[in-house]
Design a protein around this ligand. Structure first.
Ligand code: ARG
Length: 297
């Protein structure tokens, strides 16, 4: 079932089947990372502007942070000619079906032509690792950018699906059927927030961090229905420093771009412990912590 309005929500979030937290993280080396084309507004002034050495140091610090939090990394090597491959949240949607105890990934259908060749590398890697590799129906011609736009509700078997720039709503109809999962749609309305993970970051089953300007009133109301506490990031921090492209692997720590002071203060006030990381080289491409990792079960 796909839900598109507040009125349609005919269930209690707390009644949904529970979903364990994923405990492994996929990270892709930024070996060939650069800004070589422009497919989102953040990239426009940054073609050729990546300092690769600095990018590698920043990526290593991210890897070390996950390791220190006991989340073991599975490392994928970036490929030549695929400068965005480091953003490994986008090529697949990992899933765990609690009722069947079944793990897998659904392959993306990248809207951005320049990124389409990234997908099969991840498909092969996950198949080798023993995951079921699913695809959307062959006869369905839709764009779907994986966990850039489709985000699990922590603790519950429910997906939040962003659409408007990269993923099309019809992809969620197919996903909902394929995984037998309810999907709540959120329309994105501001090109700076082109993926759902740029403006919507569920921290645990009751707290979410958002960039309000990314959504219309209806979507904001739906988000309030789904979480007891909605933490709003200041727009400057969300828009330019990717404050909402953060990640909480454990419902306590929040890995976040450094310098998002208003956001980290609000996170602390809600009992979270921010861990600030510098992802400045990756911000040039329109990504930060959340899209540089893929959590798997
Ligand atoms: N340059 C990449 C793109 O535009 C960045 C992707 C960042 N990923 C994300 N989920 N926000 O596709």
């Amino acid at each position: 079932m796909v839900y598109t309005s507040l009125d349609a929500l005919d269930f209690q979030f707390s009644d949904l089947p529970s979903l364990p937290r994923p405990n492994r993280v996929v990270l892709t080396t930024p070996t060939h990372f650069d800004v070589e084309y422009v497919i989102n507004p953040h990239m426009s002034d940054n073609v050729g502007a990546v300092n690769k050495e600095v990018a590698f140091q920043q990526w290593k610090a991210l890897r070390a942070t996950y390791t220190a939090l006991d989340v073991s990394p599975l490392i994928v090597n970036g490929r030549p000619g695929l400068p965005d491959m480091v953003f490994c949240a986008n090529q697949t949607l990992p899933f765990y079906q609690p009722e069947q105890d079944r793990r897998g990934v659904v392959l993306s259908r990248m809207h951005a032509e320049q990124r389409r060749e990234e997908v099969p590398y991840y498909g092969e890697m996950f198949a080798e690792q023993g995951y079921a590799v699913e695809t959307l129906p062959d006869d369905l011609d839709v764009d779907f950018e994986g966990m850039g736009d489709a985000i699990w509700h922590p603790g519950h078997f429910l997906l939040w699906g962003g659409y408007g720039f990269r993923t099309e709503p019809a992809a969620y109809e197919a996903l909902s059927e394929l995984l037998a999962v309810p999907v709540v749609l959120l329309e994105l309305q501001d090109a700076d927030y082109y993926h759902l993970d740029t403006c919507f970051c569920p921290l645990d089953s009751t707290h979410v961090l958002v960039a309000p300007a990314a959504f219309d009133d209806e979507s904001r109301a739906i988000i309030e229905q789904g979480f007891d506490t909605v933490i709003e990031a200041p727009d400057e921090e969300a828009r330019h420093q990717f404050a909402c492209n953060a990640h909480s692997p454990d419902g306590k720590h929040v890995l976040i771009q450094e310098g998002c002071e208003g956001t980290t203060e609000r996170l602390r006030a809600e009992g979270f412990s921010p861990i600030e990381l510098d992802t400045s080289e990756f911000l040039k491409s329109g990504g930060s912590v959340f899209c540089m990792k893929q959590m798997i079960w």
